[in-house]
Ligand binder design. Structure first.
Ligand code: GDP
Ligand code: GDP
Length: 442
């Protein structure tokens, strides 16, 4: 994750010019969801080695009447609420105007970090206005020329420590590399049909590489192509010949599973239709959830089931009841032995993998949050109002969010569940764990 910068200021100071310079042609998103304002532009900015999100209040005209002024203010407040840092632009040639002071006040009250820049400062005409800007009392002022690209180094130097503050060092995050195989672990009790499934997926001739040295002596990874999707399957009890006696397998499977889960992106929990959801299945499911993996539940030996439609209904209910932490996880029925349902299984895996990788922009999240809080304000257990003003996705794989709350320890668990369920619904985050953290902040 990196940070979000809002460019704020009255019309005509050069916000769009600066926005365009930072974003180049990388305008990522003009959100046109119904009911959402289109007056905020968002783009992926690049400044030297820095990468961040930039928001601009596009297309505002100088406010002449009150309704326009109100709108301008509301829009600015919204942009500010989405931002980690605000860049306040004034026009160095025009000097400070009463309108600038209104914006300065909005920023001061927001409590956000503010950088003041005097734009159009190329040449000498800007000197007076530049010095004028110090009287805003918002700290140092940097001279900029968005049009001529001057002052961009200064801006970069001021933003560098901000970027560091928001940087996450996450070894699991790599650039999206579509050629990298998707890492899958198939977990299940002994005899659920794991090796049969792996062999069905592999097929003789599809095997790209032979069994590799596994992550441990006891497990093996194979890379193959599965209906066009490159996958690496970590096998816990599968491909290796079952030289072991059953008891030993029984004992091994959970710790073995743990190792496979650590390396997997998607965990396929394989159940036997004749004894679904027993203790060991539940433990494995829980393990996958706690490790933050995407999950698909596959019910095997479907060929032995007579009353298929009744059974599906039963299984879905059981899944919801026994594994509420895995809400929305897809359930597919297969016959590994007959090679049936494998395409459905692959589709489900690809889908949850995608979901697991989801990234939602800070601005979309905050628009959503504002709506949720308006529709269902957080309760006030101790009589004090709990403010929940801002959230952001700190990482993907699995999607992880941080929300800033005035009284984090008082926000009831049920309200957090309400938000997490809402996130799932609105952004289609089914089949993946979600991490949600509260931090103290206004
Ligand atoms: P916004 O309304 O704040 O988005 O402002 P714009 O980006 O549309 O710029 C308003 C006007 O100022 C345009 O005519 C720009 O060409 C001009 N402008 C923007 N940046 C500079 C600058 O650095 N120097 C000069 N001289 N003019 C600029
Ligand atoms: P593992 O211990 O999970 O690797 O399970 P295996 O793949 O060794 O399968 C255990 C037993 O279940 C074997 O006798 C398989 O032939 C059988 N089996 C596996 N998949 C199916 C299936 O889809 N239908 C039926 N009827 N039997 C299956």
């Amino acid at each position: 994750m990196s940070f979000t910068l809002a460019i704020v200021g009255r019309p005509n100071v050069g916000k769009s010019t600066l926005f365009n310079r930072l974003v180049g042609r990388r305008l990522a998103l003009v959100d046109d969801q119904p009911g959402v304002t289109r007056d905020l532009r968002e783009g992926d900015a690049r400044l030297g080695h820095l990468r961040f999100t930039v928001i601009d209040t596009a297309g505002l005209e100088e406010a002449t009447d009150e309704s326009l002024q109100g709108r301008m203010r509301a829009l600015t407040e919204r942009a500010v609420s989405m931002a980690d840092v605000c860049l306040f632009l004034i026009d160095a040639r025009a000097g400070l105007t009463p309108s600038d002071k209104v914006f300065a006040e909005i920023l001061r009250r927001s409590g956000k970090m503010v950088i003041v820049a005097a734009n159009k400062a190329e040449g000498r005409a800007g000197e007076a206005g530049y010095l004028d800007a110090y009287s805003l009392g918002l700290g140092d002022v940097i001279p900029l020329s968005a049009e001529h690209g001057e002052g961009m180094d200064d801006l970069r130097m001021i933003l560098s420590p901000v970027a560091e503050q928001f940087a996450v060092t996450d070894v699991e995050e790599h650039e999206d590399d579509s050629d990298r195989p998707m890492q899958i672990a198939i977990l299940g009790r002994p005899n659920a049909g794991k090796s049969t499934l792996v062999n069905a997926i592999l097929g003789e001739e599809r095997l790209l590489t032979g069994p590799e040295a596994g992550i441990t002596r006891d497990s093996i990874a194979v890379t193959t192509e599965w209906y066009g999707t490159k996958v690496r399957i970590f096998d816990t009890a599968g491909i290796r010949k079952k030289a072991r006696i059953q008891e030993k397998l029984e004992k091994m499977s959970v710790s073995d599973g743990l190792r496979a889960v650590r390396f997997a992106e998607v965990v396929v929990l394989l159940l036997d239709v004749n004894s679904p959801f027993d203790q060991q299945d539940l433990r494995l499911a829980d393990l996958a959830e706690r490790e933050g993996r995407a999950v698909v539940v596959a019910v095997n030996k479907w060929d032995t089931e007579d009353d298929k439609s009744e059974k599906v209904k039963f299984l879905r209910e059981e899944l919801a009841r026994l594994l509420p932490q895995l809400r929305g996880v897809p359930l597919v029925t297969i016959s590994a032995l007959q090679g049936r349902g494998l395409d459905k299984l692959r589709d489900a895996i690809v889908k949850v993998h995608e979901t697991w990788n989801t990234r939602i922009s800070t601005s979309r999240l905050n628009r959503w949050l504002i709506g949720q809080v308006e529709a269902h304000p957080p309760p006030a257990p101790s009589g004090r109002r709990i403010k929940l003003r801002y959230m952001t996705q700190v990482k993907a794989r699995p999607p992880s969010f941080v929300a800033f709350c005035s009284l984090p320890e008082e926000l009831p668990e049920s309200y957090i569940r309400f938000l997490v369920n809402g996130l799932r619904k609105t952004f289609g985050l089914e089949g993946t764990p979600i991490r949600f953290t509260l931090r103290k902040g206004e």
